[in-house]
Ligand binder design. Structure first.
Ligand SMILES: Nc1ncnc2c1ncn2[C@@H]1O[C@H](COP(=O)(O)OP(=O)(O)O)[C@@H](O)[C@H]1O
Ligand SMILES: N[C@@H](CCC(=O)OP(=O)(O)O)C(=O)O
Length: 366
């Protein structure tokens, strides 16, 4: 079997019990199955939830806290307990875990995004098992990833994983919540996420998790858009993850085999960058960008808005509204003097050959 890079996301409900304790049996089952994948030569990154769920009881809360400070305090205790357990149990398989705690800011700042990528690559190259969670204790609510399902999708795109496996307390996506409807039917394979699937996943999740099935579908949609296939389900025993990679896992497979991976520049521009200005383009430029995969030249721009620097991300507005985003190769001041001009007229001492405003490799359609 071809060696794969796999991101495994484990939800709170698959690591802890409702009393707010780590479930050692559930944990050791996951650990044994990850150890098998690594032994077979696959690269694994683990995205582990469970910090709040494993910590709240130790702080005297009767159930998962709802206040921000309560969740942050519980996560501070629970995260250390989780890692302590991971280190202890993985050592039986000679696997060394590395803890990585991320916030939204770490993705939106370009240098941090690149650093996260390089660190993950270095860890994988050295056979270490990265264990990622959101940095709950410092995350401000509006700046979180939403939940760890989304974090795992973004990580799987960042590292160009071959497969994202979302392990949860249910064996896949059903047409309605099986906890409410005993006749609900499971989907074994779906090509992508539609309104119908979203509707069926509306019901809330477990007492210890956050987003329920809906947040997994939103995350799956993001992973697919980044070229990563997804599996949502469960299973037990040390063979469960390898069975999933072999195509007979207990759950739902999402995405066709021939997905296109998106380069990191495009991922960053599309999902994490902040727009600093707007470029208004004529019909010819719009067609060139949208239909011919061309770069944007000054001649097609008739108006600019905002103050931006070379290297910033701007949105592009066509006849029908916003059509995409890209990284500009000119500051707004420089651009002002060349918009609407033919490329020959734009070349000057400072830019003897460069006339491209947004290069096609740093452009994403919306
Ligand atoms: N259509 C559906 N198919 C499967 N599960 C669903 C559906 N709608 C809602 N759910 C619920 O989603 C839950 C899983 O979400 P959640 O508890 O957040 O998991 P985790 O803690 O693993 O992230 C399931 O236990 C189930 O009750
Ligand atoms: N960072 C939080 C994750 C919460 C979360 O997304 O939980 P889940 O829905 O179980 O994946 C924690 O570790 O408790």
């Amino acid at each position: 079997m071809e060696k794969k890079r796999v991101v495994v996301k484990i939800g709170s409900s698959s690591l802890t019990n409702a009393k707010g304790e780590i479930d050692e049996k559930k944990l050791s089952d996951h650990i044994a199955s990850i150890a098998i994948l690594k032994k077979l030569g696959h690269e694994v990154i683990l995205v582990s939830s469970g910090a709040v769920a494993a910590g709240f009881a130790k702080l005297g809360y009767p159930s998962r806290p709802v206040t921000l400070k309560g969740k942050q305090a519980a996560a501070a205790v629970g995260q250390s307990l989780l890692i302590q357990n991971y280190i202890k149990q993985f050592s039986q398989f000679d696997i060394i875990p590395a803890q990585i705690l991320l916030t939204r800011n770490d993705f939106s700042k370009r240098d941090r995004y690149r650093n996260a990528y390089s660190t993950l690559m270095e860890l994988l190259e050295r056979g270490i098992l990265p264990i990622i969670n959101e940095n709950d204790t410092v995350s401000v609510e509006e700046l979180t990833f939403g939940d760890n399902d989304m974090l795992s999708a973004l990580v799987s795109g960042l590292v160009h994983a071959g497969q994202l496996i979302i392990l949860t307390d249910i064996n896949g996506l059903y047409d309605s919540n099986p906890k409410d409807n005993p006749d609900a039917k499971r989907y074994d394979f779906i090509e992508g996420i539609t309104e119908e699937f979203m509707k069926g996943a509306e019901g809330s999740g477990s007492k210890v998790g956050t987003g329920g099935m809906k947040s997994k579908l939103v995350a799956a949609e993001t992973a697919i858009s980044l070229g990563v296939k997804v599996f949502i389900g469960n299973g037990s025993g040390k063979e469960k993850l390898i069975s999933i990679l072999e195509g007979h896992g207990d759950g739902t497979y999402i995405g066709k085999d021939e997905l296109t991976a998106i380069n990191n520049n495009r991922q960053w521009i599309s999902l994490h960058s902040t727009v600093q200005g707007s470029l208004y383009v004529d019909k010819g430029a719009e067609t060139a960008l949208m239909n011919h995969g061309s770069s944007l030249l000054p001649a097609g721009i008739y108006k600019i808005e905002g103050i931006f620097e070379k290297g910033n991300v701007v949105e592009v507005i066509g006849e029908s509204g916003r059509i995409g985003k890209g990284e500009v190769l000119y500051s707004s001041d420089e651009l002002m003097s060349i918009i609407g001009k033919k490329s020959e007229e734009c070349k000057n001492a400072e830019h003897p050959s460069r006339t491209t405003v947004i290069h096609r490799d740093k452009w994403v359609k919306i």
